[in-house]
Ligand binder design. Structure first.
Ligand code: SAH
Ligand code: SF4
Ligand code: F3S
Length: 437
């Protein structure tokens, strides 16, 4: 029996692509293992969004070299965003010769072929495609995320935020057709998946590459009209393209999750302009106002970059105050990391590491405080929860916003299923709940 181990770095896009890699490995007769020493093939599905992400991957790739001594037949493969990055192919050719197969984001569907070719020739394979190709709809998948299923609705990004490497390693935007997406979601719902998470770098520009009036709101409406007991989530939404129509679908469709991840990146208009985000703080706050007015039980989270070139204490405080004002349910705070080939790489006014760390810590402290207050405010409220598993005397469930719930009841509950729960108390980050009929 042959075994595979896939190590995944980066965002949900990569998590889902690892499910495709796993599907291909399964079809070649490989079985999953968590033990690197037992593996016949180890795949690193990489990320390059920040330097820290790359250093981590490179360290781990270096560390598996010794396993080759024990098992000379071990195959090591590297793919994903870092493999696609300029100059990385040469790095692997020159410094990481123990890596046997290197391929990029545009040719993931060829993975099987690469394995078969390597097994035959024993010659390292380096195949990075410069440009995106048409979407391949015939990729096997081995899903690993429990009751949630990931569904790509589009690939690539056209936005070129000045700090970001994604457009360079993922190519231009390409949307899947509503028909292909609907067929996939229908199958998943029939298989019993309870949440469907739609993936795209900017889901709000879904369909812009089609000549008809297809857009994200229309896709959501179509998916909500499918029969079954499930919820639809999505990531990520760009504030410049979030329409009133999309807010309206989220507000009115019972199948829509009320979680909106709306990355603001900065609370300073000057910095937003330098970032090429194409919206102002005022526009962003207008969107937040609409969401708060229209969407029942909304949950808003965000991404923020601190220490973008030239960011002053005043700019940072504008971000800090915006976080307070919006009262986010979750803040993902990142330290700006210079990426080769991006526009911001050449900008003057780099901020020192010390200041960046201090700013991100202040932001995360504030966010923690807000979350604590929001959790306390949940005590006494009734919410819908997805029951996911059972221990000896309690059920484990999750709220729409991802918060973990301990459900104490003597009733027999189907797993998975949606139920209503009342929050009675809080134990650290877990909400202790009872069943509401
Ligand atoms: N497409 C998504 C985000 C993908 S990257 C969107 O536009 O919202 C996830 C997050 O990483 C971004 O929102 C940003 O906050 C952060 N990020 C991207 N590039 C970065 C960089 N060079 N340094 C630090 N953080 C970065
Ligand atoms: Fe990067 Fe901006 Fe595209 Fe998001 S929208 S992936 S931050 S370039
Ligand atoms: Fe990383 Fe690529 Fe995602 S750079 S964040 S894995 S799109």
């Amino acid at each position: 029996m042959k075994h595979y181990l896939i190590k995944t770095y980066g965002c949900q896009m990569n998590v889902h692509e690892s499910e495709k890699l796993a599907g291909m490995l399964k079809s070649l007769g490989y079985n999953e293992t968590n033990n690197a020493e037992q593996a016949d093939i180890i795949v690193f599905n990489t990320c390059c969004i920040r330097d820290s992400a790359e250093q981590k991957v490179l360290g781990n790739i270096g560390a598996v070299k010794k396993l080759k001594k024990q098992n000379p037949n071990l195959i090591i493969a590297v793919c994903g965003c870092m493999a696609q990055e300029n100059g990385r192919k040469e790095l692997f050719q020159e410094k990481y010769k123990h890596v046997n197969i290197v391929f990029g984001t545009h040719n993931l569907h060829n993975f099987k072929e690469y394995i078969l070719n390597f097994e035959k020739s024993k010659k390292n394979i380096y195949d990075i495609w410069e440009k995106e190709v048409e979407i391949n709809e015939n990729v096997e998948m081995y899903r690993t995320s429990n009751n949630n299923a990931w569904v790509n609705i589009m690939y690539g990004c056209n936005n070129f935020c000045t700090y970001c490497i994604v457009p360079y390693v993922r190519g231009r935007e390409r949307s899947r057709t509503i028909e292909d997406i609907t067929a996939e979601v229908k199958t998943l719902v029939n298989e019993g998946y309870k949440t469907i998470t739609l993936l795209g770098q900017n889901v709000n520009s879904y369909g812009n590459d089609f000549s008809d009036e297809t857009n994200f709101a229309k896709l959501l409406r179509t998916l909500c009209s499918l029969k079954g007991d499930f919820k639809i989530k999505f990531m990520t939404s760009h504030p410049k393209d979030l329409t009133d129509e999309v807010i309206n679908v989220i507000a009115t469709e019972p199948k829509m999750s009320k979680v909106i991840h709306l990355p603001v990146q900065s609370g300073s208009n000057r910095i937003l302009k330098l970032m090429n985000r194409n919206y102002t703080v005022e526009h962003y706050l207008e969107l937040i106002k609409k969401i708060k007015q229209q969407v029942p039980n909304y949950f808003i989270s965000t991404d923020i970059i601190v220490g973008f070139p030239t960011e002053t204490e005043e700019d940072f405080m504008a971000t800090y105050n915006l976080v307070k004002e919006v009262n986010y349910g979750g803040v993902f705070g990142f330290i700006y990391s210079k990426r080769t080939g991006t526009i911001a790489e050449k900008m003057d006014g780099q901020v020192s590491d010390e200041i960046k760390h201090d700013r991100v810590n202040r932001l995360l402290k504030l966010s923690k405080q807000i979350i604590k207050e929001q959790n306390l405010a949940l005590v006494g409220t009734v919410n819908e929860a997805l029951v996911e598993s059972k221990t000896e005397n309690e059920y484990l469930a999750t709220l729409d916003n991802g918060k973990n719930v301990i459900l104490q009841t003597s009733e027999n509950i189907k797993i998975p299923s949606f139920v209503n729960v009342r929050v009675n108390s809080i134990d650290r980050n877990k909400l202790i709940c009872s069943l509401v009929k």
